[in-house]
Design a protein around this ligand. Sequence first.
Ligand code: FMN
Length: 352
Amino acid sequence: MPDFDSTYRVVRRRSEPDVRSLDSYRHQGGYAALEKAVREQSPEQLVQQVRDAKLRGRGGAGRLTAEKWLIVRRQDDPIKYVICNAYDADPRSWAARSLLERNPHQVIEGIMLAAYAVGASEAYLFTRSLFLEGIASVQQALEQALDANLVGRDVLGTDFSCTINVLGVDLGFMGGEETVQFAVIKGRRGMPEQRPPYPAQYGLWDKPTAVNSIETLANVPVILRDGAAAFTSVGTTTTGGTKVLTVYDYVPDSEPKVVEIPFGATLREILRHAGYSRPEDDLRAVVVGGAEGGALPTSLLDMPFDYDSLEEAGAIVGSGVIELLPANTCMVAWAMEQSRYLSKESCGKCVP
Ligand SMILES: Cc1cc2nc3c(=O)[nH]c(=O)nc-3n(C[C@H](O)[C@H](O)[C@H](O)COP(=O)(O)O)c2cc1C
């Protein structure tokens, strides 16, 4: 059984030292990447490191983060934005809230590095208003970072400035979609818009905007601190690093486990790491990808968890929610329930 404990990079478990205060985060190397970037590196050098690390967006589609940033950076417009998507559209995902609650400074450092890379001077952290503990945690961290001149005007005495606004809204499933978030920030009804044009060119207030998942951004300080080679020492040849997953057993109302696994780990290894080693006979299927995901038979438990393998098998990385279905599950009823949920959540909104 591989040791996944040593490859955690963004999730902070309760057994690990608390990094919610600025001092403790700094004590563990926090903000060193931001300091180095703004003092010694050009934005292009920063983007190149993220490209070398093969960082792909963790928000679902898995696009290369460096490609998106370059498009934003190259737009001939002095005003650009960064949005940290910390919404967790899938109500069963605990990924964003766990990063907000337990590792807020790493998220803030990731946002600032993204802003420096693309040339943005304003960023928004978009989350759900019901994540009360997460919002309190990130707001407290933000105040500390502002006091230490790590966020705001003339960061660390350089000419790089960027403010971060925290926004908590509840809009159901569609609230995780980027154009819905633009509408809400502008004070409009949370409805999606047609794409293209894509946000990297015409995003918030029609300005070039880098929308990145909170998990994507939390990985950026790790890449810059440890180097791209260390980052890609974990993962597959096409996707560097790890994925945060929320894993549910089939016992009703049981709390899920939030784990972080290297891309390429098998489903069996993931379930074992999460503490679920049920006999295969007890399972009907494993649902991978959450609300929009697919149900995989137990014969695929040794399949690696990565974008391509999952897609081939009929599932997706999606929200990173994995759910065990007990042996007596009616798969038709399961599919009906899944469709009903998506239909209700996207009714009147899904055309764009
Ligand atoms: C219905 C819907 C829900 C979404 N929910 C989320 C979400 O909860 N978190 C997220 O990061 N991206 C979500 N996305 C994708 C975002 O629109 C966007 O592509 C993503 O935040 C980009 O970040 P990434 O490049 O780091 O993956 C959703 C998209 C759709 C269509």
